[in-house]
Ligand binder design. Structure first.
Ligand code: SAH
Ligand code: SF4
Length: 381
């Protein structure tokens, strides 16, 4: 994504071959320092640092705006690299400050990112997608109804965060990332790993590792791999039921990975990392929201170092479930607490625009429907 003055050699109507080359430029945020050094062998180290600061740190929206760099170098970078791998197709803003971004990749693939206001002061959280769509097919999840388009690249994951940070006022800059947007992060583990590395690298994303959380539907091999990563990031496991029968109706994967196997992998993770695991539990009316089920859940989690996050179901058009009745989620939480399990209710934010994390559905139809049915509007860029 570049703006402003283009190199003189680029016309407004470039020949097809050059347009093709531009569309396939590697994204700047995916380059390691050594790759950048290889690309610019004649540039001194401090120049590479200026480039990095321009890509990761500042508010430049293109190489032409990284003003410490000489003009020729800016033009050279623009001809060789894409400043960002994502461009915003739509932005929508809810009354509570939640912002939903519909991004488009160079090949036209679309996916969503949500910026959530924080309960702890000014900083915000960016909920990123790891895949366009998702192959897991959870029955209560809008993304799950789409199927998988493809994995997102390292740059496409990192650039979601960088774009949102650039577009934020300093007072509301994001300082947390949760992998709770579209897709199953542990089905795209290699790219998610490199994206996490870039996000927590002090010279790049600069986030505290404890401010990054990966949320998984519960793939044991991926959880075991996550335990070996060198960063103290958070793990959230989407549980949704304390019985195999009910879980299998919600999460198709549960037919292959039963609760005993999932709990064993979670307990091994807690033991190896000495970190607490968060369990996410989407509350679905008359399916998994009864007090007796809270008792079963407390029994299942007995002895674990964990926390339960209750998420009231966020309805979407065509969904086969309903949100829990008023007071049900609170009663469920209180029962867990009574039995010694730490539990909180996650506020559902920005319901009128995106439903919030985990129920994103980046098809044009939903964005059109939303824009007709709500007053909250953002701007196309
Ligand atoms: N695939 C990963 C991460 C993305 S989903 C996972 O499943 O954990 C992020 C969270 O949003 C999950 O806990 C998911 O269960 C939840 N979620 C999905 N659809 C939802 C809906 N309609 N209402 C409430 N929570 C939902
Ligand atoms: Fe995929 Fe997570 Fe949605 Fe399940 S809940 S379909 S794993 S995004």
């Amino acid at each position: 994504m570049t703006q402003g003055a283009l190199p003189e050699t680029v016309t407004t109507d470039p020949p097809a071959a050059s347009a093709h080359a531009r569309a396939h430029r590697p994204a700047a945020s995916a380059l390691s320092d050594s790759a950048l050094a290889e690309l610019l062998p004649d540039e001194p180290r401090y120049r590479r640092e200026q480039i990095r600061r321009g890509i990761y740190g500042g508010d430049a929206r293109g190489f032409d705006q990284i003003t410490p760099l000489p003009r020729q170098l800016r033009e050279r970078l623009d001809a060789t690299l894409a400043f960002s791998s994502v461009s915003p197709a739509r932005v929508r803003i809810a009354g509570d400050g939640t912002r939903a971004f519909l991004f488009r990749a160079a090949d036209g693939t679309v996916f969503e990112t949500v910026q959530l206001p924080s309960e702890r002061g000014a900083a915000t959280t960016v909920c990123v997608s790891s895949q366009a769509g998702c192959a897991m097919g959870c029955t209560f999840c809008a993304t799950g109804t789409l199927g998988l388009t493809r994995n997102l690249s390292v740059a496409e994951i990192v650039d979601q965060f960088l774009h949102v940070r650039r577009e934020s006022l300093e007072s509301a800059a994001p300082d947390r990332v949760v992998f709770m947007g579209m897709g199953e992060p542990l089905a795209n583990t290699a790219n998610v790993r490199d994206a996490v590395e870039a996000l927590v690298d002090p010279g790049r994303g600069g986030l505290g590792a404890r401010h990054v959380t990966v949320s998984t539907v519960g793939l044991p091999a991926g959880i075991a791999e996550l335990a070996r990563w060198p960063w103290q990031i958070g793990l959230a496991i989407s549980l949704h039921a304390a019985s195999d029968d009910i879980r299998a109706t919600l999460v198709p994967l549960a037919k292959h990975v039963d609760l005993a196997t999932l709990m064993a992998s979670s307990i091994a993770y807690q033991r190896e990392t000495r970190r607490r695991v968060s369990y996410e539990y989407t509350m679905l009316r008359d399916v998994n929201d009864q007090v007796a089920q809270a008792r079963d859940l407390a029994r299942l989690l007995d002895g674990q170092t964990c926390h339960v996050n209750l998420i009231p179901f966020n309805p979407f058009p065509g969904a086969a479930y309903e949100a829990p009745a008023a007071g049900t989620t609170r009663r469920f939480r209180d029962e867990l607490r009574r039995r010694g399990v730490t539990a909180t209710i996650r506020q559902t934010r920005g319901r009128e625009i995106a439903g919030a994390c985990g129920q994103l559905r980046a098809d044009g139809a939903v964005w059109r429907r939303r824009s007709q049915s709500t007053a909250a509007t953002g701007h196309a860029s």
